[in-house]
Write a protein that binds this ligand. Structure first.
Ligand SMILES: Cc1cc2nc3c(=O)[nH]c(=O)nc-3n(C[C@H](O)[C@H](O)[C@H](O)COP(=O)(O)OP(=O)(O)OC[C@H]3O[C@@H](n4cnc5c(N)ncnc54)[C@H](O)[C@@H]3O)c2cc1C
Length: 394
């Protein structure tokens, strides 16, 4: 069998036949007939010049193939073929995709079924860069968000992508592959990190993004990231994730529950609303758990976000002399607010953080829903199928 390769394709159902991509491609790899605009796999070198100029996003399509689709095949399509099952081909690209898929599937397991993107979310770009062809970013900034005394080191790391295009939506992740090899002499597998800045950049209209990384004792990738210095180069894959996305609809109400670095996507959501829809009718409510205020990432900046934009419940479990409180406890205290939001079809629920938080949060939702006569599992399943219930835990 041929070595699997990733083939760049254009979605004929979405393409508006403006031919901007064809005019932009420096290799003349894109061509068209009366029916479709198509990519020649023999000429395409993944330079990505065509990606940002496409007005529709129809250009962000990829399939792993052992024999590339020919131009004639593509001219005949009315829609894109599904990804074929390639069986045991052992390709590097395929292996990476499997790793990422497995990480995401595991991270979204708590949703109780297959997650869906919110109906009004923008179409995400995924898998633009892979191990064979990663993007190269430079560290533009790195600073510690948590105090030395707190014991936990969480860093805000800003990566600049120069002139490479890496379009991300709020809620997506990128892959970082630490350099070097593991104990068996094999290259390290990539790790996923949620993007904590909005789609237009950490700084508006700069080609940069931020991550919120916790240093794990003995952790290969988090140690690598937390030790990076200004100007260091980092290899990046992705973007990844097509469901844990923010609705673009400004009337959508967001109920966000997180611990630790699970706050990363919610920083992006909040900044997005602040930048483009500060007067949105949809409210945002956050339950954020940490041990102490100085171990809660973004404690200072979060407190400056006006309550009318983001209603914050910062919950602490290790304040000396104060009873332990976890996010699920505060949810019970605020059960009237949550019950009202659960009953509103405009509400979207997002849960992000450590796996251990899921059970308690789920139980509080169950208690609250059932106290108002709503069967929790059925309510959750409807919300999930409507793209309004999202879990990302790791
Ligand atoms: C969708 C998704 C989004 C994510 N987003 C974020 C994010 O925004 N921020 C973030 O910080 N993380 C995030 N993660 C987690 C991240 O991908 C990594 O799993 C995490 O950083 C740990 O990776 P590591 O390479 O440092 O640890 P690994 O080397 O993979 O080790 C895993 C664990 O084993 C322990 N360990 C390893 N070796 C030793 C040893 N010799 N002795 C003792 N203990 C050891 C480490 O402490 C660590 O807890 C996300 C994960 C997913 C799936």
């Amino acid at each position: 069998m041929n070595k699997p390769l990733k083939q760049h394709l254009i979605d004929p159902e979405i393409c508006i036949r403006c031919y901007t991509c064809e005019m932009t491609c420096p290799l003349e790899a894109i061509t068209h007939d009366d029916n479709n605009v198509v990519v020649d796999a023999e000429k395409c070198n993944f330079c990505m010049d065509c990606i940002p100029v496409c007005p529709t996003g129809s250009i962000d399509e990829w399939r792993i193939v052992t024999t590339p689709y020919s131009l004639d095949e593509q001219f005949g399509w009315e829609d894109l073929p599904e990804q074929k099952d390639l069986g045991d081909s052992g390709g590097e690209v395929e292996a990476l995709d499997d790793t990422i898929e497995a990480l995401l599937a595991e991270a979204h397991k708590g949703a109780g079924g297959r997650s869906r993107a919110p109906a009004s979310a923008a179409k995400p770009t995924v898998n633009l860069y892979n191990l064979g062809k990663p993007a190269t970013a430079r560290v533009q900034g790195t600073y510690r968000l948590t105090s030395e005394e707190s014991g936990a080191e969480v860093r805000h790391i800003i990566l600049d992508f120069g002139n490479q295009s890496l379009p991300v939506l709020e809620g997506q992740s990128i892959g970082i592959t630490p350099p070097g090899v593991d104990a068996k002499g094999k290259p390290h597998l990539p790790r996923l990190y949620s993007v904590s800045s909005p789609r237009d950049g950490e700084r508006p209209h700069y080609n940069n993004l931020s991550l919120t990384v916790k240093r794990e004792d003995g952790g290969v990738c988090s140690t690598y990231l937390c030790d990076l210095k200004m100007g260091d180069e980092v290899k990046v894959t992705g973007p990844f994730g097509a469901t844990f996305l923010m609705p673009d609809d400004p009337s959508a109400r967001l109920l966000m529950i997180c611990t630790g670095t699970g706050s990363a996507p919610f920083r992006a959501f909040t900044m997005r609303r602040q930048r483009v829809a500060a007067g949105a009718s949809g409210d945002m409510v956050m339950f954020f758990g940490a041990r102490t205020p100085d171990s809660l990432p973004y404690f200072g900046p979060l407190n400056k976000v006006p309550e009318r934009l983001l209603k914050k419940h910062l919950v602490f479990s290790r304040i000396p002399g104060v009873a332990k409180e976890y996010v699920q406890d505060r949810m019970m205290v605020e059960q009237e607010v949550i019950a009202e939001m659960l009953a509103d079809p405009a509400t979207h629920i997002y849960i992000c953080g450590l796996k251990g938080m899921e059970q308690g949060v789920e139980q509080s939702f169950k208690n609250i829903a059932e106290s108002t006569g709503m069967p929790w599992e059925a309510t959750r399943d409807v919300m999930r199928d409507e793209g309004r219930y999202h879990v990302e835990t790791y």
